[in-house]
Design a protein around this ligand. Structure first.
Ligand code: ADP
Length: 221
């Protein structure tokens, strides 16, 4: 808990310090320089967005970890959940010239909480969009895992995760490339949320290397 509080404070301190410094500069006269004002305001806006994402992720995580209520489950169509997740991310994918392919048959269903499944898919697809190389394809696949489970996989063509870090990326605030994650608006909490939600539905998560490059993030339902 002590580590966690230290991490959260550290994550909040940087954007708040930037907002403070830039607003002071503006108040001290930079407001009259239109170009400078524009630059500082858009930077402050970006930093405020960062704080907002962090707070939202922290609240999600706290709610999930408190386990206040059991996730209600029902039979959910994987293809439909994937479609909803992908539709919400279409403009982000387009900006990086990425194709989102859903390779799931319409009969595949899972006994899950529909919004938790969607959040897991959004977090994994959003990461793939952030970290993969422009102009490539991101593919979601579903295949049987043993008799009763399905394994959902997100294939990307990004830098992948070094073998020795494959467990660590699911820890809160763990990032492979800190600078890149922050530049892309990452909070370092997305995969921790994925792990919790999947665990609450009785599944497992992991990541494998893709050859010649890329990651395959997977979970079972
Ligand atoms: P973040 O908000 O930083 O993306 P996550 O918990 O979602 O936080 O991911 C943790 C770290 O794992 C990221 O900072 C990144 O270094 C790495 N990562 C996650 N997904 C991918 C991916 N698809 N390809 C490469 N690296 C990834």
């Amino acid at each position: 808990r002590r580590d966690f509080v230290a991490n959260v404070s550290h994550e909040l301190r940087t954007p708040v310090a930037i907002i403070l410094a830039q607003s002071e500069t503006l108040l001290d006269g930079a407001l009259d320089d239109e170009e400078m004002a524009q630059k500082f305001l858009s930077s402050m806006h970006r930093q405020a967005e960062r704080v907002t994402s962090l707070i939202n992720d922290l609240l999600d995580l706290a709610r999930i970890e408190a386990g206040q209520r059991e996730l209600e489950r029902e039979d959910v169509s994987i293809a439909a959940a994937a479609r909803r997740a992908a539709d919400g991310l279409a403009s982000k994918a387009k900006k990086r010239d990425l194709r989102l392919e859903i390779d799931v048959s319409s009969e595949q269903t899972a006994f899950v909480n529909a919004s938790a499944l969607e959040q897991v898919l959004v977090n994994l697809l959003e990461n793939a969009i952030k970290y993969t190389n422009e102009g490539t394809a991101i593919v979601l696949k579903a295949q049987p895992d043993g008799k009763k489970r399905l394994r959902l996989e997100v294939w990307d063509e990004g830098p992948g995760i070094p073998t020795e870090l494959q467990n660590r990326v699911f820890e809160r605030f763990y990032r492979v490339d800190k600078g890149r994650s922050r530049d892309l608006g990452g909070t370092g909490l997305g995969l921790a949320i994925v792990k919790h939600l999947v665990g609450q539905m009785g599944g497992r998560v992991g990541v494998d290397a893709r050859e010649p490059n890329g990651a395959i993030f997977w979970f079972t339902v």
